[in-house]
Design a protein around this ligand. Structure first.
Ligand code: SF4
Length: 301
């Protein structure tokens, strides 16, 4: 019965662990998720690695309790000291294990944003690969600037291969302007960066496209977060059966090495720390500085 519910994309499960987790990169803390799994199907998805039968969407039925636990957590925090996450506010990621703007999840996202605006001065954030300015309501009061969307971007041709279910990249870039105009802070999430043979030219082209599209208002507030690809042997094996074209670029054993992560992913593979990754990071920094000099990097690894 449980598996049947998962296949329908819903479940009536009550989420048990409600306490936010520390983060320190995209956010200060990660709120207990109101959903796990995703209607998209990215070949590199870290959520899918933990799930034996794909990555179906489950939503939890106790969002009110999750939000109340988040508020209690925020109320116990000291005054925020500036850090790379945010200079002024404690920031909570509300969508770690799903895409908050996919159709089945969006109503929960909007409820969560409303709760933050009414009940806390903490700032909610989420990354998305779904475009559409109208997916988020205009913020007209003191809540303007009090939510951060992280638009996830990669070169369009690569996106068509490794994240085919997502919105087209040009639409995602255009959505940055729309959300900024509606009162959201919008950062750019370059994740994952996949170092294909043409990646330098592809990212230079992407950055040029971003520069030509963003409004002055969007450029004035934009920052970047950058995460190079992490992959997983089990996901690789699974993906070979349905998307071998993606695995041809995601699986690169000559330049990747195994690593055990602190988040319990088991033995993932990443670009080799010495001789590969450090050069990739420096190249990315240079390309971004050349093309988007107004866009500081919040973190890169
Ligand atoms: S959007 Fe995120 S959660 Fe959804 S499939 Fe892609 S990587 Fe996974």
């Amino acid at each position: 019965m449980y598996q049947a519910a998962k296949k329908r994309g819903r479940s009536d499960r009550v989420r048990k662990g409600l306490a936010p987790k520390p983060n320190g990169r995209s956010a200060d803390f990660i709120m207990a998720g109101f959903a796990t799994g995703c209607q998209l199907a990215c070949g590199y998805c870290y959520v899918a690695r933990h799930r034996a039968f794909g990555n179906p969407l489950e939503t939890y039925s106790n969002l009110d309790a999750i939000l109340a636990a988040t508020k209690r957590h925020w109320q116990r925090l000291p005054t925020k000291e500036p850090n790379q996450v945010d200079p002024k506010y404690w920031v909570y990621d509300i969508g770690e294990n799903t895409d908050c703007l996919t159709p089945a999840v969006r109503p929960l996202t909007l409820r969560t944003l409303d709760y933050f605006f009414a009940e806390t001065q903490a700032k909610p954030t989420f990354a998305t690969k779904v475009a559409g300015g109208a997916l988020l309501p205009e913020l007209t009061g003191p809540e303007r600037g009090m939510a951060r969307v992280r638009a996830s971007l990669m070169p369009a041709a690569l996106a068509r291969v490794v994240e085919a279910g997502t919105s087209p990249v040009p639409a995602r870039i255009a959505a940055v302007n729309e959300w900024v105009a509606r009162g959201y802070e919008v950062h750019l999430n370059f994740s994952p960066v996949v170092a294909t043979p043409t990646w330098e030219a592809d990212y230079a082209a992407l950055f040029g496209q971003i520069d030509r599209t963003l409004t002055a208002e969007a450029k004035a507030q934009v920052k970047a977060e950058v995460i190079f690809l992490t992959h997983h042997p089990r996901a690789h094996e699974l993906n070979l059966s349905w998307n071998p074209e993606a695995e041809a670029v995601l699986w690169d054993p000559a330049r990747q090495e195994g690593k055990t992560t602190h988040r319990g992913d088991g033995d993932v593979v990443r670009y080799r720390a010495f001789g590969v990754k450090n050069r990739l990071v420096e190249t990315f920094r240079r390309l971004l500085a050349d093309h988007l000099r107004y866009c500081p990097i919040r973190y890169i690894f």
